[in-house]
Structure formats: structure tokens, C-alpha cells
Unconditional design. Structure first.
Lengths: 442, 65
């Protein structure tokens, strides 16, 4: 049982991982009966849905529309051992609210799912996102104050400074000629730096964080146990816990190592799970939202100009970016068999929760496929619905708002300059976004 | 006009506080708190409607008189 641990290089201060992709981790994975090579590319999203097909994210809004127009409120797939995909706002809402039939113990659809030895419901591997009631509420209350609006607002100057430094780092620009990658050179650096600072992790580790996120959220069709980044994440967090225990400081990691639930100190396993959640959940999600928003502006100079002429419109534009380009699709597992609008859902089936699809439901949003920069009525579900509302939503909004403001202030005009490469899997956003800078602020 | 906030439905999306801080505050957990008891002054009625029509959880109701 020690193969994976022994195969790791010796490191100073090394302690065995408490999380990871390997059988030695607490997070024990059970292989689902699915061979991605056997299935190949998706032929029909109604009966063979696969968000892990690289062809999905570039055209996802068209897929949702096709499913809705075809009278399919819930798609299905045999992939990943069986998966259902509600598409309408009503069905997404219903699943999100029904914590009796749908458990959060696994929220990333993949070839592996938590096995019998994984931290069981209602806690799960990364509380509270993987938790169900009643534990969910207890864990969530530990984190909510740190991410409440009035705690997040003071971070604005620091986020602004970070964005400006990133823009400075891009270097000399020749308007009309210079092409930069707004995802690689800008968007991807913002959330890693902010959450790293909040958790008290070294800024130099940002490449490592993106690797963790890539392995956890994009390599979903690969064999459990082969995603080395998952084990490295476990090792990294264990080392950070160790270091923060030795050298306590004023950051979220030290805070979480000293919290109690119902008068009992949380275990390293639970604290580590919460730290993993905070590290992973805010990175490619926010980076995707920033990238998608800049992708939109690169193609819609009229919206770009409106934001420059009337900065107040950002209040509404921000929410419209989040509605139209919501990056996050969540997932649940069926906790007990249910007939869901005629769909025979069985225990342990996956259920995708595409909040981005709900955001384009014509029954809830007028003209949903049109971006309306000052949309007045906007009950979008970009941050989820129900008890699992994204805990970092206030931070994500701050980062998105400041990132857009600073980018358009520096580059008052830019256009798309090549092919966009989209992410794979549940988080949707540009990973490569070439834009030609047409004007630079004085 | 009156405003009703269903605290059970509120999940702390923070939209009302952002759009109508004169009418809504947030507590230490980010949950909405209604600041106005009784009739909403005319000058704030549009903001009240905006808060209601942007709540993802449908937790805010505006009762037009």
C-alpha cells in the first residue's frame, strides 16, 4: 500500500499525503465503467452528452439551444458510468435544491468517483462543496465570514495593483500590430495570486496551482491514479498544513487549522479539504470569467465603448458577463433512485448541473442569447442556486470587475487576432485568447 | 410600496446589497438584511424593484400598493 508514497522523491519536511489520486490517499477512488477511447467524439448530445469532449465548450451555448429546442430538458449519456444533464433553468434549480436525492459528495464528473473509503457524505473530500446537510451548513459557516462582502471589499486596491503590474509586464505595445494573449499573459495570473495570498501560500507556486486545477478539472477522462497533479496537491496541502502549524500567521490556512465544529477542533483532513476547495475553486473559474468577458469585448466594440463612456454601466455589465459566459457547471451524484420528470435516475448516476445553460433559458431570460450590456432584470445562476451558492462569489466579482476595468483602461481598443482555445470539462473559458491591441492609453 | 425579504430563501448572492444599499445590508455571513420597515420612499422604489428582479433565489418580493 505504500508504492505511490515510496515512489515520491524525497523532500525535506515530507509528510505522507492525506489527499490525492492514489489508493494511499484518503480520497479513495472507485473506477467507473467507462472507457473514453471506446466512445470517441460525441455524435448526439441528446443521448451521448459529454462535456469532456474538447468540441463541447467552444459551442456549448449552441448545444443547450439545440437540446431545448428539440424538447429535451434533460439529456443523458452512458459515459462516466451514467450521467444526466438537466438543461432548463427549472430542472437545474430543482436538482440544486433537492439535497435528499442528489448528494454533493462528488462534484466533478470523472472516470473515478469517491469510493467506499473516501470521506463519506455528508462531509466529502473538500467541505463544504462536497458536503450535504447537516454538516454542510456547519462547515459553510466557518468560511462565510471571510468571504462576506465587507471582508472582500478591502481587497480591491490590491487586486487593482496586481492587474496593473500584469499589464505593465506585457511590455511595449505597437498599436495595430502587437498581439498579446489575454488569457495567458493576463487573466490566468489574477485569481491564483489573490487566493494564494489569502491562504498564505508562496506567490512563486502559481504554476503549481494551475497544474493542480488542470489535473483535477480537465483530465477527467483519465485513469484515477495517473493524475500526478492530484497527488502533488495532496502533498502540497499537507506540507502547507505542517508549515502553518509550525509557523502560524494571519491567513486563511492558519484560521482553518484552528476552527471548531460543534466544539470539536476540525481534523487536518477536514481543514485540508476546505483549503483545497479554496485553492482550487477560485482559480480557473475566475480566470475563465475574465477571459470570456475580454473575448466578448474583443468582438463587440460597441459594448467596450459603452463601458468606457459610462463606467457606471459596469454594475449591470458585470452580471451580464456572468450570465452569458458563466464558467461553472457543477455536478451531483444521485443519492437515491428517483423518477426525475420521466428520467429513471439511479443511485450513483452522475448529474451535471450546467448553470450556464440555465442562464440562457428563454423562459427565465428575455432574448437569452443576446448580450445586453445593461440588462436590468438578471437573476442569473452563475454562482449556483440553493445552499451551495459559490462561497467566493464576492471575491470573484471583485476580480472580474477590476480585471476588466484595468484591461480596457489600458487598452481602449482591441480585437480578436486568432483562434481561441477553450478549456475542457466543467469549467468553460478561453485558455488561449490572442487579441490585437489597437490603442494604448497614454 | 413594501418589500418582503424571505431570509430562508436568501443564499447570500449579495445582489440586493450591491444594487440597493439604501434598502439592504448584509450581515457577517453575507446574508441580506432588510433595512426598511414599512413603506418604501418613492425615490427608492425603482431600486427596490431592481433588487427584486435580480435576486437569483427569488427571495425578495415587492408589494406595490
Amino acid at each position: 500500500m505504500t508504492d505511490t508514497v515510496d515512489s515520491r522523491p524525497e523532500r525535506p519536511g515530507y509528510v505522507p499525503p492525506i489527499f490525492g489520486d492514489s489508493p494511499e490517499g484518503t480520497h479513495v477512488w472507485q473506477r467507473v465503467p467507462y472507457d473514453s477511447a471506446h466512445y470517441g467524439p460525441v455524435s448526439d448530445f441528446t443521448t451521448d452528452f459529454d462535456h469532456g469532449d474538447p468540441a463541447y465548450n467552444p459551442v456549448a451555448p449552441e448545444v443547450w439551444k439545440e437540446l431545448r429546442d428539440g424538447g429535451c430538458p434533460v439529456a443523458h449519456s452512458d459515459r462516466y458510468g451514467g450521467m444526466w444533464v438537466p438543461i432548463t433553468h427549472d430542472t437545474v434549480h430543482e436538482v440544486a435544491y433537492d439535497t435528499e436525492h442528489f448528494t454533493s459528495r462528488a462534484v466533478v464528473v470523472a472516470v473515478g468517483r469517491p469510493g467506499d473509503l473516501a470521506l463519506p457524505a455528508p462531509i466529502g473530500g473538500a467541505p463544504p462543496i462536497t458536503s450535504d446537510p447537516p454538516f454542510h451548513g456547519m462547515a459553510r459557516r466557518l468560511l462565510l465570514p471571510a468571504f462576506a462582502p465587507k471582508q472582500i471589499e478591502p481587497w480591491e486596491p490590491e487586486v487593482r495593483k496586481l492587474c496593473r503590474e500584469l499589464l505593465d509586464r506585457i511590455g511595449d505595445i505597437t498599436p495595430g500590430e502587437s498581439v498579446i494573449d489575454a488569457a495567458v499573459q493576463y487573466a490566468q495570473h489574477i485569481p491564483v495570486n489573490v487566493i494564494g495570498r489569502m491562504l498564505g501560500f508562496p506567490a512563486a507556486d502559481e504554476d503549481l496551482f494551475r497544474k493542480f486545477v488542470h489535473d483535477a478539472l480537465e483530465r477527467i477522462a483519465e485513469e484515477p491514479g495517473t493524475r500526478e497533479g492530484m497527488d502533488d496537491l495532496g502533498i502540497y496541502i499537507t506540507e502547507q498544513i505542517h508549515d502553518h502549524r509550525e509557523n502560524p500567521r494571519d491567513d486563511l490556512t492558519s484560521y482553518l487549522l484552528n476552527v471548531e465544529i460543534e466544539g470539536i477542533p476540525v481534523t487536518d483532513e477536514v481543514a485540508g479539504g476546505m483549503i483545497i476547495l479554496l485553492l482550487i475553486a477560485g482559480i480557473d473559474t475566475t480566470w475563465s470569467a475574465i477571459g470570456s468577458s475580454l473575448w466578448h469585448l474583443a468582438q463587440h466594440p460597441e459594448d467596450h465603448q459603452r463601458l468606457l463612456d459610462d463606467p457606471e454601466v459596469m454594475t449591470f455589465a458585470l452580471e451580464e458577463f456572468l450570465r452569458a459566459y458563466a464558467p461553472v457547471t457543477m455536478a451531483r451524484m444521485v443519492a437515491k433512485d428517483i423518477d426525475f420528470h420521466g428520467c429513471p435516475m439511479k443511485q450513483d448516476d452522475w448529474v451535471l448541473l450546467p448553470f450556464p445553460a440555465a442562464n440562457r433559458d428563454p423562459l427565465k431570460f428575455e432574448d437569452p442569447d443576446t448580450f445586453v450590456v445593461d440588462r436590468q432584470e438578471n437573476r442569473h445562476a452563475a454562482f449556483g442556486l440553493g445552499i451551495h451558492r459559490c462561497i467566493g462569489s464576492n471575491l470573484a466579482r471583485l476580480e472580474l470587475k477590476v480585471a476588466i476595468e484595468e484591461f480596457i483602461a489600458r487598452f481602449p481598443r482591441f480585437e480578436l487576432a486568432g483562434d481561441v482555445r477553450w478549456s475542457v470539462g466543467q469549467i468553460r473559458g478561453p485558455r488561449e485568447l490572442p487579441v490585437r491591441i489597437l490603442a494604448v492609453a497614454d | 410600496m413594501r418589500v418582503h425579504l424571505d431570509s430562508e430563501k436568501c443564499q447570500g448572492h449579495n445582489r440586493c446589497y450591491a444594487l440597493a444599499p439604501e434598502l439592504f445590508d448584509v450581515d457577517d455571513y453575507g446574508q441580506a438584511v432588510l433595512l426598511v420597515d414599512g413603506d418604501i420612499p418613492v425615490e427608492l422604489q425603482e431600486k427596490a424593484r431592481l433588487a427584486a428582479s435580480n435576486c437569483p433565489e427569488f427571495a425578495i418580493k415587492v408589494l406595490e400598493s
